[in-house]
Structures are given as structure tokens and as C-alpha cells.
Design a protein around this ligand. Structure first.
Ligand SMILES: [Zn+2]
Length: 360
């Protein structure tokens, strides 16, 4: 699993085959070795020119200049637009229909990913590219800022295989947007048995990125759930989590005590997060507080009780969650807006694949 953020400088490799890339008009350093064919990209390439629309590469500036005049993707990205919000959009690209695009994107991404291997079986993958189109750009063109990939058939219900925000666009919360979209389009909303997460193991950087994302997702859910219980007419619930009105939450809403009793399993079903990720994020928020025996008597029906702790009741205190957000200066606004999806998650999954338009 890759990270949406840069590694520390001492993690960067010195034995890279490509030292710098030029993507559109941006020149920046690479971090790791990629596996470009040696007959096309020599082992000591200083600068590789990469098309910002299709990731086709060239060591020669004239070859590159010739390509970008005729690039078939210069006016619109490949694939189908799923999400569009404020100039940022996410497009689904089927690797089976756009093999060359998938391969060239993977080769480029490998320059910034510390993977042992990058998947070149592009046919088995979907690519979700993050696009920015500046409405004030006189060219009317667009930039691809990053992407995540997803296996079409994942036995572990992984909702993401690999994620990368390209270096010039990092530290703008764009990784969180991509992670949020990956949960939104996972199968969990229509089938809770499809709850998943990113492919494991996570890299150190990936673990940090996801840790922050999960904590904020959890905080958003807990705060809005309790706010909605405090006001039965509230519409402030997050858009991408299921509302679970368990007997315990109803009970606590009736009472003056500002806390919830929920099980880890219930929270996982509501947020689409795996049990282990729920526990990690509750601990990160500092709100993982097992209920005392007197409180657990009010515990709701809690599944089969696998003994893993997921049916254990947890006391959730809104004040602690809000305190966590305040001390860390965390904005609990969801980076993904449900009403900005062009297709519903179900439509996304049942969508007909468009025909291939790779030109070779
Ligand atoms: Zn191109």
C-alpha cells in the first residue's frame, strides 16, 4: 500500500534510474526507481518528459513536444466522471479499456512509490484519477493531481490498492478526498458484508495518512450522530455513513447524560470501516472507553459475539471528540460531498464499460 504523502528525505533512494520528471510545465525530483523499459529510458536519465494527460514518456524534449500537440486526452480525461466538486473531479478509468494509460500511469507512479512491485496487470484494475480543471484557464484544459487504484475483484473487499497524490499537489488534503471517495464507492452501502479498507500491509506513511483519515471520519460520525440525537429533526448527519438508531443511542438520547453506548461492530457497520480500523481510530481520538458493567446492561443486541471485542459496548462522549478536534485544529467538514457524485455508487458499480480508445 502506498501513501498519499511524501517520505522523509532519508527514505529517498539514491539509485534511481530517473532523477527528475517534467509533468506539463512542472519539474520535480523523483523518489524511487521505476521500471521503464531500458531501451527507452536509460538507467542514468536526468530528466524524463511525461505527458500530463496520458503519462506517455520521452527522454527527448522534441518527441515530447510533438506528442502533446496530438495527445488524444488533451481535452478530456479517459473514462467516466463520477464526482465533480468545485473544479475537482474524479474519473473512473477501466484498465481493460485503457491499457496504455494504465501502464504509463503505473510507471510514472512507481517513481514516487516504495513498492516492491507495482501492478502491471492493468486489466484487473480500475483507476480513479483526481482531476482539476481551472475555470479561468484560457486553454480550458485540466491537470491530473493523483489517483488511487482498486482491484476489480478483491477477495478481501479492499476498497483501494494503491494511492498517490503527485508531489507538486501534496499537503492540500487531496489524499483525504481520494480516500473518502474510495469508501463512498465501496460495496458497503449496499452490502455490509463488503466492508473493507485499503490493501494491507500499509506502509509507514500509508499508516499515518490513513490514521488521520480514519480519526477524522470517526470524529465526524460520532459528533453528527450525537448532534442528531440531541435534535431529532437534525439533518446534520454525515452523508456517507449509515444512521444506526440502536436501542442504546435512543436510550441515551432520552437521558441527560451526554454519551452514547455503541459496539465497535455497530460503528463499523455505520461507517463502512473494519473492526480493527474502528478500534484504531477510537483509540486515536482517545474515546475508546469500554462500558462499565452497569452501563453494559443497557447494551443492545450485539451480534454473535465472536470474542474479538467487536460486540463490546463502548462509551462515546461527544465532549471528548469535540475536544480532540479543537486541540488539533481539525475541521470536521467531510472532504467528500455526497451530492457531488454524478452517478450513485450503485450506478458506478453497474455502469457499462466504455469502449477502448487507446490509440495503440
Ligand atoms: Zn498524452
Amino acid at each position: 500500500m502506498a501513501s498519499a504523502e511524501s517520505p522523509s528525505s532519508n527514505a529517498k533512494q539514491s539509485s534511481r534510474n530517473v532523477q527528475h520528471v517534467i509533468l506539463g510545465t512542472l519539474r520535480f525530483q523523483t523518489w524511487y526507481q521505476s521500471i521503464y523499459p531500458e531501451d527507452l529510458v536509460s538507467k542514468d536519465t536526468d530528466t524524463l518528459y511525461v505527458c500530463r494527460w496520458c503519462f506517455r514518456y520521452a527522454c527527448d524534449v522534441n518527441t515530447h513536444a510533438g506528442h502533446i500537440k496530438v495527445c488524444q486526452h488533451r481535452t478530456a480525461p479517459p473514462g467516466t466522471k463520477l464526482y465533480d466538486q468545485g473544479g475537482y473531479s474524479v474519473w473512473e478509468v477501466d484498465g481493460a479499456n485503457h491499457k496504455l494509460f494504465g501502464q504509463n500511469l503505473s510507471l510514472f507512479a512507481k517513481l514516487f512509490l516504495d513498492h516492491k512491485s507495482v501492478f502491471f496487470d492493468v486489466v484487473s484494475f480500475l483507476y480513479y484519477i483526481l482531476v482539476f480543471a481551472d475555470p479561468n484557464d484560457p486553454d480550458g484544459s485540466y491537470h491530473i493531481l493523483g489517483f488511487f487504484s482498486k482491484e476489480k475483484l478483491s477477495w478481501d473487499a479492499n476498497n483501494l490498492a494503491c494511492i498517490l497524490v503527485f508531489p507538486p499537489y501534496q499537503h492540500k488534503q487531496l489524499g483525504k478526498l481520494l480516500m473518502g471517495v474510495s469508501y463512498k464507492i465501496s460495496g458497503w452501502e449496499r452490502d455490509p458484508s463488503l466492508i473493507g479498507g485499503p490493501e494491507r500491509p500499509l506502509s509507514e506513511m500509508g499508516g499515518r495518512s490513513y490514521g488521520r483519515f480514519w480519526e477524522e471520519r470517526m470524529a465526524r460520525y460520532l459528533v453528527s450522530l450525537q448532534a442528531s440525537n440531541a435534535n431529532a429533526n437534525s439533518t446534520g448527519e454525515p452523508e456517507d455513513v449509515k444512521t444506526q438508531k440502536s436501542t442504546s443511542t435512543k436510550a441515551s438520547a432520552r437521558k441527560k447524560h451526554p454519551h452514547e453506548l455503541m459496539t465497535v461492530q455497530e460503528i463499523g457497520l455505520a461507517t463502512g470501516m473494519l473492526t480493527e480500523d474502528v478500534i484504531t481510530s477510537l483509540r486515536g481520538l482517545g474515546v475508546f472507553e469500554p462500558a462499565t458493567p452497569s452501563k453494559t446492561r443497557k447494551k443492545p443486541h450485539a451480534g454473535s459475539g465472536s470474542g474479538s471485542g467487536e460486540s463490546e459496548a463502548i462509551v462515546i462522549r461527544r465532549s471528548k471528540v469535540l475536544e480532540w478536534a479543537k486541540t488539533r485544529n481539525v475541521n470536521l467538514r467531510d472532504p467528500v460531498r455526497g451530492d457531488s457524485f454524478c452517478l450513485s455508487p450503485l450506478e458506478v458499480r453497474t455502469m457499462e464499460s466504455p469502449g477502448s480508445d487507446d490509440d495503440d
